[in-house]
Ligand binder design. Sequence first.
Ligand code: GLN
Length: 484
Amino acid sequence: MFSFVNIEQYHKDLKQGKTSSKLAVEFYLKNIKNHNQLNAFVEIYADEAIQKATLLDEKIKSGEPIKKLHGVVIALKDVICYANHKVTAASAILKDYTSSYSASAVQYLLDEDAIIIGTCNCDEFAMGSTNENSYYGKVFNALDHTKVPGGSSGGSAVAVQADMCMLSLGSDTGGSVRQPADFCGVIGLKPSYGTISRYGLIAYASSFDQIGIFGKHLQDAALLLEVMAKPDAFDSTMNMDRTKLSLYNMPYDSNKKYTIAYFKEMLEHPSLDTEISDSIKETAAILKADGHTINAVEFDLLDYIVPAYYVLTTAEASSNLSRYDGIRYGHRSNIEIGNLTDFYLNNRSEGFGKEVKRRIMLGAFVLSSGYYDAYYSKAQQVRKKLVEKVNRIFEEYDAIILPNSPTTAFSIGQKDKDPIATYLSDIFTVFANLTGLPAISLPIYKHSNGMPFGLQVITKKYDEKGLIQLSALMMDKKKNAVTI
Ligand code: GLN
């Protein structure tokens, strides 16, 4: 029987012949099958994964040194390209589409001998907070099947939550890694904008999108980030100054005293569940008692962040998704056509789901002449103000702590009819995307309703090192106490 503690232990066991990568893959394939009703996976590469594991097992027997991700079993969100495998963004418009190349991030994983076990369900084109907007149907939270797993990377979160892989990749444009991690009780890590190449990530809003990581163990997530955080000439928005980020099993100084900020306006926001707010305040008090400096920082832009996010991301989406016209990419309608405009119209009307259409229309509207200045330019100004604000904060502080979501996991169908209510629930996550900051959701709390929730930690742009170190401190505290 295979059991997974973390990558370090797995590699030790492999080297001592106590387990094999084939056993690991078989274990996860069995769990995928047993949890079929959760609908977390879109594609499962069973034969391929077993073959690769067998090869890796031979490699280890021959005494060859092992690579960083030898036999690590990983699932990909269905928006990340893997050469000669299907990628559909959970949309009918890309049904049966096969990628001709691998995302750079995926290639870096493969170069370190990772095993890709399949692709995970998500909201169509990563637009959503519940994973209810998928061509393949809803995903269910493994802890309570009446609850959503969050979104948009719901399948990737559940795949880790229910042990269907060791780690998974998602994408985070406005919270799609941190919020499902929060709802499912796992770690969700979104690096700074420009840390992981976006080449081969299907675009939703290019100036926000980042690939992120789900895992149960902080150091495993740090290792994946270390492997994927490489400069890539195929993504012109990357931070090319970074050559090598060493993040795995970094020693951390448990005596270091941090200076941490929180926003009173966030913790006292009327939408925030009081138990979530109280837990974070309690954590702040405990950190203070330990000698860290914790201060409330004023945040007067809170009311503007969700509108700014939805104006800018829908604008970018309306442009990015114009390539799905039935000629360059995507579904082609069978309806007889009289002219080219109708041809595009039919292809796109049939191919896109309701939420994606809503966002394309909203994006086209905010970019249209006459409205551009009123919406798009204003939202850009908000973004600029936010960046100035965080730059000032990080002159004084090492980190910001905040919630991920106003509530624990929503009930299935709860947000179905009201898109605005769903958008508003992104209030605590979009901040890090608007400002490009690295952020993580740490699964350290349990609500009296039985569902988990996490603490969100944000550090300075490109300070992934600080983020992992502070997270390690928090996770250790959690290990030693019921609550922190
Ligand atoms: N819930 C947000 C949205 O619907 C976040 C999506 C994401 O991060 N991909 O836009």
